[in-house]
Design a protein around this ligand. Structure first.
Ligand code: ATP
Ligand code: MG
Length: 256
């Protein structure tokens, strides 16, 4: 197995001196669905951002899909980011245009700015965007403006847009944090089934421990910038997860 993500001694110190990552060693294989868990401020988002250098690490190394991310030039980095889908809590959609055109934007990396001009979109590109919307169950709402959609529907549009990139890796930063439990389950289920059928590698920062246990294969727990737990999900115990949160196991038992 060739690892898809390898971080070694990854460190990040923000300009204000805060050490957000302190020697993170992480290896993620192809097709793995990994949950990153940990309290607020543990470093989950910082780690996700460092993987594609949306945040510049200050120490250690990051190799993603064979690319030494810290040493990569602008073009290499752009190529790497092109096939990495990013899904976040805030959806990051263009609110005042339709779902369909948001999804088409996902192809900008490979098709260029013609994706921004509806009249310039090729038939093939349109068909592809419809396929992506159909995959997330939103074909019927293709023409709806995003600002009229529910949170769950918006997140599906964001996932469809990520699929349009034809990614091999999806980095999801709290993809269900702003959704109600039922919409959250649907989105997690969707992410998992898409990951399996397209053999995607997924790293998802999650606050819902029960979702991590239900939908992922491996749990990486972070505390104060360090990895303190790294286990296959089926072997994870409530005690181990509680320790990551510095919590009383009874509290997490109640969550599950
Ligand atoms: N731009 C920044 N400048 C300075 N410190 C930052 C910056 N961004 C994050 N931090 C700090 O780095 C630490 C890690 O933050 P990060 O956002 O990675 O945590 P997190 O695990 O994603 O937390 P949450 O669960 O709240 O999203 C926190 O203490 C945070 O205050
Ligand atoms: Mg975060």
């Amino acid at each position: 197995m060739t690892a898809k993500i390898v971080t070694t001694g990854l460190a990040l110190r923000y300009r204000n001196g805060h050490e957000a990552l302190r020697g993170v060693d992480l290896v993620v294989g192809p097709g793995e669905l990994v949950a990153l868990v940990g309290s607020n401020g543990a470093g989950k988002s910082s780690l996700l951002r460092c993987l594609v250098r949306l945040q510049e690490p200050t120490g250690g190394s990051v190799v993603v899909n064979g690319v030494n991310v810290r040493k990569a030039g602008a073009r290499q980095l752009r190529r790497l980011r092109q096939d990495v889908g990013v899904v976040s809590q805030r959806f990051n959609l263009v609110e005042r245009i339709g779902a369909f055109h948001n999804v088409v934007h996902g192809a900008i990396g490979r098709e260029g700015s013609r994706c921004l001009v509806p009249a310039l979109c090729t038939t093939a590109l349109r068909a592809e965007a419809m396929e992506c919307l159909d995959r997330v169950g939103l074909a019927d709402l293709a023409r709806r403006r995003v600002d009229t959609l529910s949170g769950g529907q918006r997140q599906r549009v964001a996932i469809a847009r990520a699929l349009m990139q034809k990614p091999w890796l999806v980095l999801a930063d709290e993809p269900v944090a702003s959704l109600d439990p039922s919409a959250g389950r649907d989105v997690m289920e969707l992410l998992r089934s898409i990951a399996v059928e397209r053999e995607l590698t997924v790293v998802a920062a999650l606050h819902q421990v029960d979702f991590a246990l239900t939908y992922t294969q491996r749990i990486v727990g972070m505390q104060a910038g360090k990895v303190v737990l790294d286990r296959p999900t089926p072997g994870c115990t409530v005690e181990q997860l509680s320790a990551v949160y510095g919590a009383d196991p009874g509290r997490l038992e109640a969550v599950n």
